[in-house]
Ligand binder design. Structure first.
Ligand code: KG4
Ligand code: ZN
Length: 331
């Protein structure tokens, strides 16, 4: 059975996983650097790169031990080749190249976004094509996944990513980072209609998104307001915006695939239950169904990189050891 080691170091988690072609996650180790960055209110690239250096070998050793396998048992080494914080990406790529070269195994450079895009095929039986909404701290876009390595970008944020907006709202309210889960929790006790924030991009053509105006509206409203109401109203407005944009994305997808039924939600923000609920209801009206990976595989992890590695390996898509780490790498 094809067995691949995946390594992820593009942001602030050092992660290694071992996944098989039978969709078995034999190990999935994620070491979060949250504590290292907490004092700075965000991820500090230099600190992240150093922490990856310090931890990556141990995390890989732990993945191998958990899966009870050795380098010799692997069919290939897959690693996030970008996009991401370049210092961290370099650490992961150099480590993967060293393992591949010493053990004479194929090397696969995975686009982090493709990792998020394909995770759902590891955790559910989803076939191509599907409409994908990728929403994380760094990315926010609608894509058509036609096949491995074959994506059409339909639209995306023109400024902040949605996860970033959640994080900034949390910061304004003095909540811990990453802020998404804290804002969601606090929103449960608030009135989602307390504030009528403007719904970004509503009614516009296409499916681009924008969240910086909403963020500013929240900043102006926050002083003196009940934080629960701020969180609930912000989250409701973000959902309204997603719903409006998703309607257009569905129409664009249906032009390519008139009978396409699958909508996949991926990336860290996919953990948000309110967003899932609202999208599920909308999709039902369009005879589409929502599938999202389980929360632990929505946020950054290496199982998604190992799985993308499996998908690419099957198609003979391996890379040369000359591959250069990429800070930017559009799908
Ligand atoms: O995919 P991810 O782990 O990292 C990136 O590639 O960015 O996503 C992390 C982002 C953070 O901005 C975090 O606040 C957000 O996902 N997030 C959430 C929730 N859980 C995580 N946003 C809203 N609601 C949540 N429950
Ligand atoms: Zn990510």
């Amino acid at each position: 059975m094809t067995t691949i080691l995946g390594i992820e170091t593009s942001c602030d988690e050092t992660a290694a996983a071992i996944v098989t072609g039978a969709k078995e996650i034999r190990a999935n180790i994620v070491l979060s650097q949250l504590a290292e960055h907490a004092a700075y209110g965000g991820v500090v690239p230099e600190i992240a790169a150093r922490a990856h250096m310090e931890h990556v070998e141990r995390v890989i050793a732990k993945a191998l031990a958990t899966a009870q396998c050795s380098f010799a048992d692997l069919d290939a080494i897959a690693v996030t080749g970008g996009p991401g914080l370049i210092g961290g990406v370099i650490v992961g790529v150099m480590t993967a190249k060293a393992i591949a070269s010493v053990h004479n195994k194929p090397f696969i450079a995975v686009n982090h976004l493709e990792g998020h895009a394909l995770t759902v095929r590891l955790t559910s039986d989803i076939e191509f094509p599907y409409l994908l909404l990728l929403v994380s701290g760094g990315h926010c876009q609608f894509l058509i996944a036609h096949g491995v390595g074959n994506y059409t970008i339909l639209g995306g944020t023109v400024d902040d990513a949605l996860g970033e907006a959640f994080d900034k709202v949390a910061k304004m309210l003095g909540l811990p980072q990453p802020g998404g889960p804290h804002v969601e929790k606090m929103a449960k006790d608030g009135d989602e209609n307390a504030f009528a924030f403007p719904i970004p991009m509503k009614g516009r053509e296409g499916c681009d998104l924008s969240f910086s105006g909403l963020k500013t509206a929240v900043r102006l409203a926050a002083p003196g307001a009940k934080p629960e109401d701020i969180c609930a109203s912000f989250q409701r407005t973000a959902c309204d915006a997603l719903i409006d944009r998703t309607k257009n994305a569905i129409a664009m997808f249906r032009k390519h695939y008139p009978t396409g039924k699958d909508f996949v939600l991926a990336g860290g923000v996919a953990a948000n239950q309110k967003i899932r609920e609202r999208l599920t209801a909308l999709l039902a009206e369009h005879d589409m169904r929502l599938t999202a990976p389980p929360t632990a595989l929505c946020t950054d992890n290496a199982a998604m990189i190992a799985w993308a590695g499996i998908e690419r390996y099957r198609l003979g898509l391996t890379d040369s050891l000359d591959f250069e780490p990429r800070a930017r790498w559009p799908l």
